[in-house]
Ligand binder design. Structure first.
Ligand code: LLP
Length: 445
């Protein structure tokens, strides 16, 4: 804990807040009114802990900034059923990127009319699922358009589609999460948009009803959003000129969050300020009334969740290595994008830093580093470490690599907690595996 991250402090109650909704009470980190030390003792570690109220607040703040728009939560950010259900109850739609995400979103009660099935390489099976469930499809290529048209025609259905456009805008973010650059695999080039809509107008089984783009994720600068909105509205004019009635314009998402104290992230209102004037001016000018759709993932869930992990061992070597029980099997972002997650010693959260510590996981790879050279109080075996802002692309990108069952997830609300995903056991590693019978019968040499 460093003073910069302390917003409010009262020495009487020895209580202060860290990064918004997280509190320290008598040296323990609290989330959603629950003591993380107690949670770790009762539920074990590693453990993802989500503050329900914070998810709701984030969603309301985002949707409040865009009156009249539909907010399709990007299920890939955190697809846990309880979170999807909570957002369904808040009125969210969903951006889904696979048959599995579609299945979960429907199960959570999100209406098909508010689901957009995105994806650059959908299987025929997934497209059939879209046809059968009546969701909208964001079509990523002319090839996919023809496949979808054929599948819908077979079922005598008409699917509402948008084209995913590649607007060639630099989002000024990590290259691995830039999705709207000319060289990216997503979308059709702006120069082919008119041709694509003409083709869709001619085909049975599909009805061009929207237009879609998404330029990247963890975007901290507003100018790419405005540039994207301008380019998209140019295309809207061309498409409307073809006689296509656009029911919706989906401008994706990508709003970043402040993972470090130096990062200054725009708010949803700032984002609205960057795109709404362009959207309003151009739609009014064209005399059309499409619905604006946005697809936030990270903003809704990133700061709602922490990953609690226990210290197995401390080693003084070239650095002070703290070996914990979570690795990139559970939080891959630092290894994959060099991303930063703020670290708190959850049981000694008010103590002064005693040195620099590098938090590493148990995975057999040098890249399994969760946090480097952090100022922390003295760390010893058994201590509890919290990695903050782990709610987006945390559990959803987890794996069983190195034979490690995935951890549990808990949701907290006003001091009480519920398990929303059971911890996996070794049985789960075996769940779908089979040894060929001939090997069972064979003699060992
Ligand atoms: N819509 C589409 C079509 C997307 O591809 C994405 C994210 C989103 C919406 C949501 O974007 P957000 O609001 O979360 O920025 N695993 C990476 C992020 C990958 C984002 C992929 N697409 C990470 O951990 O940073």
């Amino acid at each position: 804990m460093t003073e910069d991250h302390i917003n409010k402090k009262t020495s009487l109650t020895r209580m202060f807040t860290i990064k918004g909704h997280l509190e320290v009470r008598d040296n323990h980190l609290f989330i959603g009114g629950a003591d993380t030390v107690e949670l770790a003792d009762t539920c074990g570690t590693p453990l993802y802990v989500t503050n329900e109220e914070r998810v709701r607040e984030n969603f309301r703040r985002f949707s409040g900034a865009f009156p009249g728009a539909d907010i399709y939560y990007a299920a890939k950010a955190n697809g846990s059923l309880a979170i999807l259900r909570m957002l369904a109850l808040e009125g969210a739609g969903a951006d889904v990127f696979s048959g599995g995400e579609l299945y979960m979103a429907l199960l959570a009660g999100i209406p098909p009319s508010k689901i957009l099935f995105n994806g650059n390489s959908k299987t025929d099976e997934e497209l059939r699922m879209a046809v059968n469930t009546g969701v909208k499809v964001s079509v990523d290529s002319l090839d996919e358009l023809h496949t979808l048209s054929g599948l819908a025609e077979e079922k005598e259905r008409v699917v509402d589609i948008a084209f995913r456009v590649n607007p060639d805008v630099s989002p000024k973010t990590h290259p691995k999460i830039s999705t709207g650059l000319r060289g990216s695999k997503f979308g059709i080039p702006a120069s082919e948009v008119v041709h694509a809509y003409r083709e869709a107008q001619e085909l049975p089984g599909v009805r061009p009803a929207g237009i879609h783009c998404h330029i990247g994720s963890q975007i901290l600068d507003l100018s790419p959003f405005t540039e994207m909105a301008r380019k998209m509205m140019e295309l809207v004019e061309l498409v409307a000129g073809l006689g296509v009635k656009l029911d919706f314009i989906d401008l994706g998402s990508g709003l970043g969050v402040p993972y470090t104290k130096k990062e200054n992230a725009p708010t949803p209102s700032d984002l609205a300020g960057a795109i709404l004037p362009v959207f309003r001016e151009r739609t009014e000018g064209l005399g059309i009334k499409p619905k604006l759709v946005l697809e936030p993932g990270r903003y809704i869930v990133a700061d709602t969740t922490i990953l609690l992990t226990r210290v197995n061992t401390v080693k003084r070597s070239s650095k002070n290595f703290v070996g914990v029980d979570a690795g990139f099997n559970l939080l891959i972002r630092p290894a994959m994008y060099e991303s930063y997650h703020f670290v708190v010693a959850a049981g000694k959260a008010g103590d002064k830093p005693a040195g620099k510590y590098t938090i590493v996981g148990p995975i057999c790879e040098t890249g399994d580093v969760l946090a480097e050279d952090r100022d922390l109080p003295e760390i010893v075996k058994g201590d509890l470490i919290a990695l903050l802002d782990a709610g987006a692309y945390g559990f959803s990108m987890s794996s069983q690599y190195n034979g490690r069952p995935r951890c549990a997830e808990v949701m907290v609300n006003n001091g009480s907690s519920e398990v929303i995903r059971k911890r996996e056991g070794y049985d789960d590693l075996l769940a779908n595996q089979r040894i060929p019978v001939r090997m069972l019968a064979a003699q060992e040499r």
